[in-house]
Design a protein. Structure first.
Length: 427
């Protein structure tokens, strides 16, 4: 059934229902009915969903055999060091449908597991909350072991000292139990690693993602504190979202939505022309484009903002765009390259190495934050707009291949590599 195939392809692509629904301009509830085969689908909507899932519409509408052959074709394309007989796929699937199904299922599982490894590798390596919890557990366990070793030594202890050690042992055991319970609760916040909101900025990004990174309440250019009071649990997240929303209102005031829509229709997606038309800096343009309604831009737009240490302080994902949240990212992303040349616009065409081999057009610039006194060194931030490549091939831009991080990047001949990849074979 078409709905079941749409659901399967969406899960393979790592998209949530809400994300796919936004891309094709329908509600998540309607997509849910389609995926459960309770609504018929065809025409433009089917074509749009197939495009969002990067498959031919026939893969979603034809029988099991066509879907199976498409899955085998993907498995052959992803195989490293192997050359499959593509011309014989139809014959193989027809003569051995069972084995063909096994291979297709294994390929889907490998793709899913690799995506999970990418996410968890970043989190387990760099998540400060997890590192602090592990430190607490290990230090408490070391204290218990030290106290127990003293009590286990031969010879008699004074009753007063023995009671003191017993109290310390009991207190450390209680602390270990509480720390372990808190760690397990943190790891069990969600079945999906992408849904966890352990850090304030992750909570802010989840808040914005629920609204499609567009806030009609602020399009008039006036900031109000009403939005902050809903949906944010921690005080730190509320403090961070205020900064983001104030910047949003300021950018909306400088580039009103109506005029910006007209400019995009006239000039297309050209950040430099937009900056000249509205007399604003390029950083304002890149932020503004990432926070527009989905029907304004011809392509979905992602965003990454980092400070001068390279730490990501705001991230908006688009399908295929994977930038580690907690550090250890590939230094070849233009958002980091821009820090080497402050105030110089950077444009690059990026191929993200991985199963999807996604391609992006990236615009970035690093700009100084305001200083309050003479003689103070400016602090720089860098912003990068990420969009799928368009039809305009006239813009010059460096072409670069990169991965998520060195430990899971298949590229072998890379001067920026910091550590060997855990993948056994590369491209």
């Amino acid at each position: 059934m078409t709905g079941s195939r749409i659901r399967e392809r969406r899960q393979i692509s790592g998209l949530k229902q809400a994300q796919l629904a936004r891309q094709v301009g329908i509600s998540a509830s309607y997509l849910n009915l389609i995926e459960h085969n309770r609504r018929r689908i065809g025409g433009k909507l089917l074509v749009d969903i197939a495009a969002a899932l990067s498959v031919e519409p026939s893969v979603l509408t034809q029988g099991v055999e066509a879907t199976l052959i498409a899955a085998l074709r993907e498995a052959a394309a992803d195989a490293v060091g192997q050359s499959a007989e593509i011309d014989s796929l139809d014959e193989f699937a027809g003569r051995f449908p069972g084995w063909a199904g096994v291979l297709a299922q294994m390929h889907r599982r490998v793709v899913s597991l690799e995506r999970t490894v990418e996410t968890l590798s970043d989190r387990l390596t760099h998540d400060p909350h997890l590192a602090g919890s592990m430190h607490e557990v290990l230090s408490t366990a070391a204290a218990i072991r030290s106290t127990a070793a003293i009590l286990a030594e031969p010879g008699e202890l004074d009753a007063e000292w023995r009671d003191r050690f017993h109290r310390n042992l009991h207190q450390d055991a209680e602390r270990l139990a509480e720390s372990s319970k808190a760690l397990v609760a943190y790891l069990d916040q969600s079945e999906s690693p992408d849904d966890r909101q352990g850090l304030p900025m992750e909570e802010v990004e989840a808040f914005l993602d629920q609204r499609g990174f567009h806030l009609p309440e602020l399009e008039g250019g006036e900031y109000g504190d009403d939005l902050v009071q809903h949906g944010l649990r921690s005080a730190a997240a509320r403090s961070l979202i205020r900064q983001v929303l104030k910047q949003y209102a300021q950018d909306a005031r400088a580039m009103p939505l109506g005029r910006l829509r007209e400019a995009l229709q006239a000039d297309g997606l050209d950040p430099l022309k937009l900056a000249a038309r509205f007399s604003v800096d390029l950083a304002t343009v890149l932020r503004r484009l990432a926070f527009l309604p989905e029907d304004v831009l011809p392509r979905p737009a992602g965003l990454a903002v980092c400070d001068s240490s390279g730490s990501i302080i705001l991230l908006k994902h688009v399908p295929g765009f994977a930038l580690p949240r907690h550090g250890d990212a590939c230094p070849l992303w233009p958002v980091f390259s821009a820090l080497n040349r402050p105030l110089v616009p950077v444009h690059g065409r990026v191929t993200f190495l991985g199963r999807s081999a996604a391609e992006f057009e990236c615009f970035a610039i690093a700009w100084p934050q305001p200083v309050s006194e003479f003689g103070h060194e400016p602090v720089y931030r860098s912003v990068m707009l990420v969009v799928p490549p368009g039809d305009d091939k006239t813009r010059s831009g460096a072409e670069v291949q990169l991965g998520a991080s060195c430990r899971i990047c298949p590229k072998t001949d890379c001067a920026a590599r910091r550590e060997p990849s855990i993948l056994s074979e590369g491209f």
